[in-house]
Design a protein around this ligand. Structure first.
Ligand code: TIU
Length: 228
């Protein structure tokens, strides 16, 4: 059922019925270690310029979202300094010689409170904007995101951030199974692997929008209500 108060946003595979007062912007993992030259992502051999393309569209969307007075949520991937929330499987898999918790170029890698774990200054949270500290790829696993969404009466999310096929997709899938409608502005998500980015977005809208909707930040910003 399309609610009367919704605003139509052109999207794939069909228009998204936007409910501004019940829609949160969730920005995932725009952290120094993933995005900045000299960080952990680059140390692993990744091309951070692929992710940095999403900074300016996110910065503009965040400014417009704040201007409209809507809910903003930030998420960060990271762990407790004692690593008690880090499964051995995550620590051991895929990261090469230097792993989570070891000393990296910007402090201990993916540890809360370390410089590399910080959200990049361009997208720094404002006081009053909730930050979800997540030990997994998805923002629902082992966090209080679900309770925050329920308490704020949020029914929809615009999900942005990095990386498209990892934390964005995992969170999108978690959100779907919990009954949230999700819209992804394609220029506000990014991957170290452009081909994964493209296919991950196609996977969202295939089969009649099996995981949600994809639009771009221009169409989304144009639909934002003016603050009273
Ligand atoms: N935030 C997020 O996507 N974490 C990752 O580890 N992504 C990779 O693509 N490796």
């Amino acid at each position: 059922m399309i609610e009367k108060s919704s605003i139509k946003i052109e999207a794939e595979p069909y228009p998204f019925a936007f409910l501004p007062g019940q829609c949160a912007l969730l920005i995932l993992d725009m952290q120094r270690d993933f995005l900045e030259p000299g960080g952990f992502g680059e140390m692993l051999g990744n091309d951070v310029s692929q992710l940095r393309k999403a900074i300016e569209p996110n910065r503009q969307l965040l400014a417009a979202w704040r201007e409209a007075g809507l809910t903003v949520l930030h998420a960060r991937e990271g762990h407790r300094p004692d690593l008690s929330d880090l499964p051995a499987a995550k620590r051991n898999r895929g990261w090469g010689k230097t792993s989570i918790g070891d000393t990296g170029p910007m402090g201990r890698i993916l540890i809360r409170g370390q410089k590399g774990h910080d959200i990049i200054p361009e997208l720094a949270p404002l006081p009053g904007e909730a930050i979800i500290d997540k030990p997994g790829k998805g923002a629902f696993h082992a966090t209080d995101l679900l309770s925050i969404l329920r308490n704020l009466d949020i029914k929809q999310m615009v999900i942005t951030g990095v990386t498209t096929e990892v934390c964005v997709h995992t969170t999108l899938r978690e959100a779907n199974d919990r009954g949230y409608d999700c819209l992804i502005p394609s220029d506000c998500v990014a991957s170290y692997f452009p081909q994964f980015h493209e296919v991950a977005l196609k996977m969202v809208t295939a089969q009649g929008g099996i995981f949600g909707w994809v639009t771009d930040s221009a169409r989304l910003k144009a639909a934002l209500p003016k603050k009273a």
